[in-house]
Write a protein that binds this ligand. Structure first.
Ligand code: HDD
Length: 707
């Protein structure tokens, strides 16, 4: 195995996109397939036999002297590092950010100065509550952390796919996370908020109500990382060359529009493909279909902040885009998967305090607390203050300072001077401060008594929760109510269910009534006492809906085509052509993975076997069968599920007449609606793909859900 650590040996090689010294010895030897490097120990000693440990006699005991065996097992025993206490399950990829609109009048941040300039980035998407091995489609907030390797150092924008947060003060973070994760006595449930502790905490924390609405919406079950928004959440500051400050909120807008799955799909996808999101991103990038987001900023001044209904440093509130428009200033393209998951995705260390000249913090108490937590957690996780030397964390500009030593010190300052001021002249004296270009904190004036209080300006917990709810389409409102009913039905303590409903009564009567009915609460609770009794009726903000901001094409989506022997080759060809022309993907699902023989003898290779690719993993499906194939698959339970689920999940379904026996056995034949497209001739495939641009036939959903 090649050894990527720093050694004293001779060659350099690329690791990710970093050049590092690499321990490749000079020796190679010939095996079938050509010259390969010689296997060595960590000390570079060539290994003759890696199959057998050293033993005394043919069947005797293993010798302690076997340094190769001991070194190999020792290293293996130490392979794991602590997983992140939150956001343990993540997936990282490389890309670049391109400035499209100079912001030089607003900020001196180098990366925003010149339109057309590209800055390398590393992005890690994650779920929050689940452990490292938990399924991708848990109902959960998604982390959206971006490390910009700018020419003035690393800037980490450590955001989520939701623009607000559960709590207002970082001191509540451990409680929130303890309540969300597995209950400590039993060690479950995994990656779920549907349990007593979580809803107990939330229902006792009215400040969480806005976020509670968001997490019960389809934002927490995205179809793909590629189809979700990202947010910096907090209000930050931009500071320009003259020292003038402008408040800013950051937004990532997916080029392919937003899209989520439905809850019943999420449950099934987690079983069928726990790696659904990472596989999706990996496949898209490997196929050259690079996902893209626009970076937008909401800019506002102190005057706006003072007039706004809410405190701009309260992270449980957002500023509607209709009030402060989002100005697009750049785009981010993710175009490279990692070479090594551990070295990059696992070892990347995001820290909110990593900011660059021209960007600054505000007094948001959540942000202030985060600035302590992230550096601290990286030391625990990565084990040394020298984690900044790991290639994935190292800035892509020269680093000069007098910090030294510690575990794994890889690059210590050279020369005699390891302190300053010093009187060693010139280069011998080492690096010096640069008052003209160095980072300067914005000189915000602060005064006041030392207090443990929550500002009065943070006290309205319901108005924006309601605004979010009324901004949703009826389909989305139903999903929110259903999610509350689902989660609270998993709560075993009736008092917690009622307490949660008492908050919903302060949000929206119709929502509360739906949940009361769905839970079959016999006694309607009293509305929760609110710190501020009156709730402002804010106008709807269409930007908050997923469905109103969906895709305008089927690009980047995937069609699952169920095929059988004898399938009409012309239909298959025309469908494939139409799907690819749209920039979408297509997979053949066959009774056996080897594939099927089409009507003209053409062999169609299967991408999946029918029981390995239920329709939940596709955006739409096509059932293209011969009559013999339909008769066979009508007897196959997984084929019937394929059709039935696609129908229940309001997917668009293409089919040919010969496939009818399967549709019939699956119980959907009597309900063929406008979400079905019959493929008779080659022109119909195009119609089907155009229909799919709407992603779902939502009109069907209400008909398949009666309870
Ligand atoms: Fe956090 C990780 C996002 C509040 C403490 N957080 C972490 C990650 C993301 C966020 C995306 C994963 C980074 C990665 O991929 O490595 N966190 C947020 C957002 C918050 C937030 C958007 C609210 C606006 N976080 C928050 C608070 C605290 C933390 C209030 C503590 C006081 N977060 C952490 C942490 C983590 C972390 C313990 C765990 C692993 C890590 O930092 O690197 O420090």
């Amino acid at each position: 195995m090649p050894d990527d650590r720093l050694t004293s040996s001779r060659t350099t090689a690329t690791f990710g996109d970093q050049e590092v010294i690499r321990g490749e010895g000079g020796e190679t030897h010939q095996v079938a397939g050509g010259d390969v490097p010689v296997l060595t120990t960590q000390q570079g000693i060539p290994v003759s036999d890696d199959q057998n440990s050293l033993r005394i006699g043919y069947r005797g005991p293993t010798a302690l002297e076997d340094f190769h065996f001991r070194e190999k097992i020792f290293h293996f025993d130490h392979e794991r590092i602590p997983e992140r206490v939150v956001h343990a399950r993540g997936f990282g990829v490389h890309g670049y950010f391109e400035t499209t609109d100079s912001l030089s009048d607003i900020t001196r941040a180098d990366l925003f100065q010149r339109a057309g300039e590209k800055t390398p980035v590393f992005v890690r998407f994650s779920t929050v509550a689940g452990n490292k091995g938990s399924p991708d489609l848990a109902r959960d907030v998604r982390g959206f952390a971006v490390k910009f390797y700018t020419q003035e150092g690393n800037w980490d924008l450590v955001g989520n796919n939701i623009p607000v947060f559960f709590i207002q003060d970082a001191i509540k973070f451990p409680d929130l996370i303890h309540a969300a994760k597995q209950e400590p006595d039993r060690g479950f449930p995994q990656a779920q908020t549907a349990h007593d502790n979580f809803w107990d905490f939330i229902s006792l924390s009215p400040e969480s109500m806005h976020m509670a609405l968001w997490i019960m919406s389809d934002r927490t079950i995205p179809r793909s990382f590629r189809f979700m928004e990202g947010f910096g959440v907090h209000t930050f500051r931009f500071v320009n060359a003259e020292g003038k400050s402008t408040f800013v909120k950051f937004h990532w807008k997916p080029k392919l529009g937003m899209q989520s799955v439905v809850w019943n799909e999420a449950l099934k996808i987690n079983g069928a493909d726990p790696d659904f999101h990472r596989r999706d991103l990996w496949n898209a990038i490997q196929a050259g279909d690079y996902p893209e987001w626009e970076l937008g900023v909401q800019l506002f001044d102190q005057d706006f902040a003072e007039k706004f209904d809410f405190d701009v440093i309260d992270s449980t509130k957002l500023i509607p885009e209709e009030l402060v428009p989002v100005r697009i200033v750049g785009r981010m393209v993710l175009d490279r998967t990692v070479d090594n998951f551990f070295a990059e995705t696992e070892q990347v260390a995001f820290c909110t305090q990593n900011i660059v000249p021209g960007i600054d913090f505000t007094n948001d108490p959540l942000l202030q607390g985060r600035n302590f937590s992230y550096l601290d957690t990286q030391l625990k996780r990565l084990g040394s203050p020298n984690f900044t030397y790991l290639p994935i964390n190292a800035p892509k500009r020269p680093v000069n300072h007098f910090q030294q030593d510690g575990h794994m010190a890889m690059v210590n300052p050279k020369g005699r001077a390891n302190y300053e001021p010093n009187s060693w002249g010139g280069a011998a004296g080492g690096p010096r401060e640069a008052p003209d270009i160095g980072f300067k904190s914005y000189p915000a004036e602060e005064q006041g008594a030392k207090l443990r209080i929550r500002a009065e300006t943070f006290s309205d917990h319901y108005s924006q929760a309601r605004q979010f709810y009324i901004s949703q389409t009826p389909v989305e409102q139903t999903h929110i109510a259903d999610a509350f009913i689902f989660e609270l039905s998993k709560v075993k303590t009736p008092a917690i269910r009622s307490r949660m409903v008492s908050h919903l009564m302060n949000v929206d009567d119709e929502l509360a009534d739906k949940v009361i009915t769905g839970l079959r609460l016999e006694q309607k609770p009293k509305p929760a006492d609110a710190a501020r009794p009156t709730r402002k009726d804010l106008p709807a903000s269409p930007a908050l809906s997923i469905l109103l901001n969906g895709p305008d094409s089927f690009k980047g989506r995937k069609v699952g085509v169920l095929v059988s022997d004898g399938v009409d080759i012309d239909l298959v060809k025309s469908l494939k052509e139409a799907v690819l022309a749209e920039g979408a993907m297509l997979e053949f699902v066959a009774p056996m993975v080897g594939g099927v023989k089409a009507s003209d003898g053409t062999w169609i290779e299967g991408d999946e076997k029918i029981n390995g690719a239920p329709s939940v993993v596709y955006d739409s499906v096509a059932i293209l069968l011969s009559s013999a194939g339909a008769a066979l698959l009508a007897k196959e339970a997984t084929a019937r599920d394929f059709v039935n689920d696609a129908f229940a999940h309001a997917k668009f379904i293409a089919y040919n007449t010969d496939a009818m026996p399967l549709l019939d056995k699956a119980g959907v034949a009597p309900d063929i609606d406008k979400g079905f497209v019959e493929l008779k001739g080659s022109g119909d495939a195009k119609t089907f793909v155009q229909t799919c641009r709407k992603v779902r036939f939502w009109e069907r959903e209400a008909k398949v859900k009666q309870v």
